[in-house]
Design a protein around this ligand. Sequence first.
Ligand code: AMP
Ligand code: MN
Ligand code: MN
Ligand code: MN
Length: 297
Amino acid sequence: MIFVMIAESDFLFFLMSPDLHYDLHAHSCVSDGVLTPTLLLERAASRQVDVLALTDHDDTRGLAEAAEAAARLGVRLVNGVEISVSWQKTTLHVVGLGIDPAHASLAEGLAAIRTGRRERAERIAVQLARFGVPDTLAGALRHAANPDLIGRMHFARDLVERGICKDVQSVFKRYLAKGRPGYVSHQWADMADAIGWIKASGGQAVLAHPGRYELGSGRLTQLLNEFRDAGGEAIEVVTGSHTPDQFIRFARLAREHGLLSSRGSDFHSPEEHWRDLGRLAKLPDICTPVWQNWSLA
Ligand code: AMP
Ligand code: MN
Ligand code: MN
Ligand code: MN
């Protein structure tokens, strides 16, 4: 009797494997999400996510708490991070999946990026004050559970709370998106370095939401080639940041460039229903999933 030798949960997992719900991009309050790692995992479990990657911006300090909650809830956790990168004059995000947060070069690289965030936040506050919105730094810090990881979303939440804009989208549109008064340029990590740290720590590098960068097709092709040549393995095809047309477009581009495909909500907050957990479309059939060779414990 082979069945008696397999734990019931493992056997159920085996039976259900073809339809596991993978969500490989989500944030906690360790970066600019609103939920603690524990509450994030609880929400994932209640919304039928089987495999969740916690991918906080430039910080891995939520992973230990997330692992405890995941074990208790029966969700499989993938150790992740979303690294801020400057490529040419464009800011990109590179997700690392299956990383080792204790790996020295990764940990040092992320620590260096975080140091720059505080100084950048001061410049954002100066710009906002110049355009009529004073005293935003303290407010943004109040929204940042992790003071080392202050970002534009924390400013956005402060401006909403003060009644200056009705929601965070409006804040980005009016103040914080590229070209708006509160946008400041910033030098993030080098793309090849970020991919190198991820790989050195045992992870896979995934180009996050490529449809968001507003690159013409020539520069997009150049980016995908450079990303792959530097050791990048996958791009996000199905993400809360893409339209269904973009799912197809990026599925084809992944295939053409010899890249695997990933899928992640980019969840930040229960209030942002369009990128909530547990609602992602499947990857198009032509995709090879980034998880194709994973063996989940
Ligand atoms: P930062 O790393 O500080 O530049 O912040 C980037 C984060 O801001 C992204 O991860 C999103 O969470 C958020 N963000 C950027 N653009 C927008 C937008 N147009 N609407 C809502 N959130 C945005
Ligand atoms: Mn974010
Ligand atoms: Mn991102
Ligand atoms: Mn993200």
